[in-house]
Design a protein around this ligand. Structure first.
Ligand SMILES: Cc1cc2nc3c(=O)[nH]c(=O)nc-3n(C[C@H](O)[C@H](O)[C@H](O)COP(=O)(O)OP(=O)(O)OC[C@H]3O[C@@H](n4cnc5c(N)ncnc54)[C@H](O)[C@@H]3O)c2cc1C
Length: 321
């Protein structure tokens, strides 16, 4: 972390978000000589820091723990001069300044200024919205198998969802749980073929198709999950000490509400250069409208956003080549 943040300074670029997208943008921006500041977030963490093993990031054939990869990203960016503040950006606005836009970012009740802003705020898990979900959060309801899986050694758990993450996390949970029951509203997984095959071949994983969770219940912690078969409406209780919910991500983009165009789910709409709809505003990673939300794509988006921001700032300062 830095202690040299200058509040009177106009940064070339402020990056909001300390995940793979943000740190890659920070690496490219600072290495290109831009005065760059990154808000890493205080109340939330990057999704990869809760990922036990990442085995699909190129160049690391044996896989790597997500937290360790994150530390490497940060170290590499800071080496080139990126300043990092461990705070949440709370507001974002742009004001006219010398015929252009000057961005103001507020964090920890202080204002910071920049010619360009790169949003890299990621996404968070969608809730089921059923009775018991809030009540048992942290007492059997989880959105992170890596964090909570070891608590369920030799116990029965339910996983909700059928996408890549649900299937991947269900397989991970079989290292601990006695049985993993996957409840999915359709009659097959949406996950990639190889992942689906692995799950279906795993003797500890059972599948309940065409079904949804209606209620989560128990005494001091989760003891059962009530599911409904969508074909005939029949309900039944599955005994379970834990339920892991992976039914989609919500992009964290409230900061740009009213400033930039977004999809209905909140994802920021960008062009191929990662430019959002406001001048000087760029976005990258899981917070943008995209099809594949992974570390590798977040990094690629971050590099593109930083390069586009660099061209924008050079033009802004009359230094375009
Ligand atoms: C359980 C799990 C397993 C996964 N496994 C894999 C895998 O094996 N391989 C793979 O490639 N991908 C995997 N992913 C997906 C991958 O983690 C994400 O695609 C990637 O982390 C997205 O990077 P990002 O930088 O866009 O967002 P994130 O990593 O989510 O980072 C967003 C950052 O923004 C910060 N932030 C948010 N709001 C603010 C604010 N207002 N002010 C300041 N900071 C803010 C957050 O604190 C966080 O640091 C997995 C994800 C999960 C949850």
């Amino acid at each position: 972390m830095t202690d040299k943040t200058d509040l009177n300074r106009i940064y070339d670029v402020i990056i909001v978000g300390g995940g793979p997208a943000g740190y890659t943008a920070g690496l490219y921006a600072s290495r290109a000589g831009l005065a760059s500041l990154l808000f890493a977030g205080a109340s939330t963490v990057s999704q990869i820091t809760v990922t036990d093993l990442i085995e699909n990031y190129p160049g690391i054939p044996d896989g790597i723990n997500g937290f360790e990869l994150m530390e490497r990203f940060q170290r590499q960016a800071v080496k080139f001069g990126l300043e990092v503040v461990a705070a949440d950006a709370t507001t974002l606005e742009s004001r006219p300044y010398e015929g252009k836009a000057l961005w103001m970012v507020r964090a920890d009740n202080l204002s910071y200024q920049a010619r360009a802003v790169i949003m890299a705020t990621g996404a968070y898990w969608r809730k089921l919205g059923v009775p018991g979900e809030e009540e048992f959060a942290g007492r059997g309801v989880s959105y992170c198998a890596t964090c909570d899986g070891p608590f369920y050694r030799n116990r029965e758990v339910v996983v909700v969802g059928g996408g890549n993450t649900a299937v991947q996390e269900a397989i991970f949970l079989t290292h601990f749980a006695a049985r993993v029951t996957m409840v999915h509203r359709r009659n097959r997984f949406r996950a990639t073929g190889i992942l689906s095959q692995r799950a279906l071949a795993n003797p500890k994983i059972e599948t309940v198709w065409n079904s949804v969770v209606e209620e989560i219940g128990g005494d001091s912690g989760v003891e059962w999950v009530r599911i409904k078969d969508l074909r005939d409406g029949a309900t039944r209780l599955l005994p379970a000490s834990g339920i892991f919910i992976f039914v989609g991500l919500l992009p964290q983009t409230d900061l740009v509400a009213g400033l930039a165009a977004r999809k209905e789910d909140g994802a920021i709409i960008v062009d191929r250069e990662m430019r959002a709809s406001a001048p000087g505003l760029f976005a990258c990673g899981d917070c943008i409208d995209k099809s594949l939300r992974q570390v590798i794509t977040a990094c690629g988006d971050g590099a593109t956003a930083a390069y586009a921001a660099q061209l924008y700032v050079e033009e802004y300062k009359g230094e375009a080549y």
